[in-house]
Design a protein around this ligand. Structure first.
Ligand SMILES: CC(C)(COP(=O)(O)OP(=O)(O)OC[C@H]1O[C@@H](n2cnc3c(N)ncnc32)[C@H](O)[C@@H]1OP(=O)(O)O)[C@@H](O)C(=O)NCCC(=O)NCCS
Length: 148
């Protein structure tokens, strides 16, 4: 989503922007001749150390491929590239969140090696509500992890 200015941006967008600017978040893109067709963000450190602790464990989120490009292996390709790079810079574990009602994503993440369930979560550590607070989510989702 594009914002007119930084005042109208959501708190979540500002959170991402701040973290990218400070070097705590790495923003990966899939590019098709100048067209942005996919993205994946890596948070190196977060308040909840089960997600990311700045040294060994990093959190992957906002993983998206444009609808018309899905199912061609592009998501797996960018994910494997990002995981290899994370290992290269010294991280040992990658985490990712998934809804228990998202069987396709669960299957994809299992195939990519996210075999361990770390815990149930009710907060997205990178999602801010209109009061700039972490938003409580009634339905729990799972934090999965993969050894790199
Ligand atoms: C999750 C997501 C990023 C995966 O991207 P993708 O490019 O579709 O991923 P892949 O193509 O690597 O793999 C996904 C599916 O395509 C299949 N696939 C892989 N290569 C394929 C190919 N060459 N031809 C056909 N299908 C293929 C995979 O088997 C998998 O399907 P299955 O698990 O149902 O069998 C994408 O589906 C998406 O943007 N979803 C909406 C947002 C979302 O849910 N994001 C995750 C939470 S933030």
């Amino acid at each position: 989503m594009a914002y007119q200015d930084d005042i109208s941006a959501s708190y979540t967008a500002k959170f991402f922007y701040r973290n990218i600017s400070s070097g705590n978040t790495i923003f990966w893109t899939l590019d098709n001749d100048g067209e942005l067709i996919g993205e994946l963000y890596v948070f190196l450190n977060l308040d909840d150390k089960d997600f990311a602790d700045g040294k060994t464990t990093a959190y992957l989120c906002a993983f998206r491929v444009k609808e018309e490009y899905r199912g061609q292996g592009l998501g797996s390709r960018i994910m494997n590239k990002v995981l290899a790079e994370l290992k290269e810079i010294g991280f040992h574990v990658a985490t990712i969140g998934v809804g228990s009602n998202e069987p396709q994503n669960i299957r994809l993440y299992r195939r990519l090696g996210f075999n361990k369930k770390v815990k149930d979560c009710h907060y997205d550590p990178c999602g801010m509500d209109e009061n700039n607070q972490l938003e409580y989510e009634e339905e729990a989702w799972w934090l999965l992890s993969k050894e790199l």
